[in-house]
Design a protein around this ligand. Structure first.
Ligand code: ATP
Ligand code: MG
Length: 361
């Protein structure tokens, strides 16, 4: 069977806390949800984006695929974490056939691992023509073009592919978490006209940040402080087991803890995440000559009551909790609307990945 650009892919987001699966039918502007499911993982199965217990992850994925009665093998997955490098770089304008080799040479200085061990990809950005009156004008930019460089260690890609294969799937695309979030937002919004937008995916191991300028990825960072940090803080503060601390985040307050105390502890534990985000926003504004105009928050952490206010206060920008299903048709017959609404932000990466169609290159 040949895959065409229309082939619908099953999307698999293997996160540190859980695996999410999604599938969409239709095409851009007319998407309909076919499948959406989540399977939790034990805390040690995936650590900081790296699969540590392959057997457990394959087992959980196999059960999820069965539970969702999946009828396609072709799948897209994603990677994230500190082994994934995304950088905007400037290279001299040159013919496309020379560009690849030049970028490969240029890339070495930005990649902290052996260039032979990574898969490199790049995208040429639309050229900005600036005149000398523009505050962002830099005479050194003349004759140069901007490129987004992506480098992922081969072993990270191989590990994802092997897991999908072991669960009976055929991985055809491996994408990045932060790009999947862009695709999810792009279902309902025209990103090119939105100025500087921060996408904040509050996961278990990472706070995945991507700041877009008119729809183009300008600054990304996977901050290694997220939901697990909050869980750990609650565990030590109230002497709780992991499960009890996770439940506390979801509003199940243990007998020995006062409600106000619990809320205070969650807010306090968010402090480090807010600090890192603020630092990243400042770095973005000094290096890009632009201010973040607004932020969207997704991931499991976006389900924390009041998280939008907490972020807006600290970062000084309007913050919206992002629902990736807001512009997707959802059959009331097939899905329970209430439980779907409760988990939607957590499925943002999976939904964004599911917008991908297999395209021949
Ligand atoms: N209802 C909820 N309220 C508060 N926090 C929640 C809720 N549901 C999930 N979380 C938290 O969200 C985090 C998991 O989010 P998510 O599923 O987006 O992470 P992940 O994709 O598995 O991890 P990562 O992207 O870091 O690898 C956990 O820390 C969990 O405690
Ligand atoms: Mg995630």
């Amino acid at each position: 069977m040949f895959l065409s650009a229309k082939t619908q892919l099953l999307s698999i987001d293997i996160g540190s806390s859980s695996i999410k699966l999604a599938q969409l039918s239709g095409s851009q502007g007319k998407f309909e949800l076919s499948r959406l499911g989540v399977m939790p993982l034990e805390p040690e199965a995936v650590v900081e984006g790296v699969v540590k217990d392959e057997e457990q992850v394959v087992d959980a994925l196999t059960r999820l695929v069965q539970a969702e009665k999946v009828d396609t093998k072709y799948a897209v997955a994603s990677v994230s974490g500190e082994n994934v490098i995304i950088k905007k770089i400037k290279v001299p304008i040159m013919p496309p056939e020379e560009l690849e080799e030049s970028i490969r040479q240029e890339a070495e200085q930005y990649i902290p691992f052996d260039i032979d061990d990574v898969q490199l990809d790049f995208q040429i950005l639309p050229q900005k023509v600036r005149n000398e009156d523009d505050p962002a004008f830099d005479s050194e930019d003349e004759g140069k073009q901007e490129v987004v460089l992506v480098a992922v260690q081969n072993e990270i890609i191989d590990s994802r592919s092997d897991i999908l294969t072991a669960a009976g799937l055929k991985p055809v695309v491996i994408d990045l978490d932060v790009f999947a979030v862009v695709n999810a937002l792009g279902i309902s919004r025209n990103l090119e006209t939105m100025g500087s937008v921060a996408l904040i995916d509050l996961g278990g191991a990472f706070t995945h940040l991507n700041i877009l300028m008119d729809g183009v990825t300008s600054y990304t960072r996977d901050i290694p402080v997220a939901g697990n940090h909050i869980t750990q803080e609650l565990m030590s503060k109230f002497e709780l087991e992991f499960e009890a601390a996770e439940s506390l985040k979801m509003g199940v307050i243990p007998d020995n803890v006062e409600r106000d105390q619990a809320i205070g502890a969650v807010v306090e534990a968010f402090g480090l995440i807010l600090e890192e985000l603020q630092r990243s926003f400042e770095f973005f504004s000094t290096t890009s000559n632009a201010q973040v105009d607004q932020a969207y928050v997704c991931g499991g952490g976006a389900l924390t009551t009041g998280v939008d206010g907490l972020l807006a206060d600290r970062l000084g920008v309007p913050v919206e909790i992002f629902d990736p299903l807001e512009a997707i048709k959802v059959s009331k017959r097939v899905f329970d609307q209430k439980s779907l609404a409760q988990m939607a932000p957590l499925a943002t990466v999976a939904v964004g990945l599911a917008t991908r169609r297999f395209d021949y290159k």
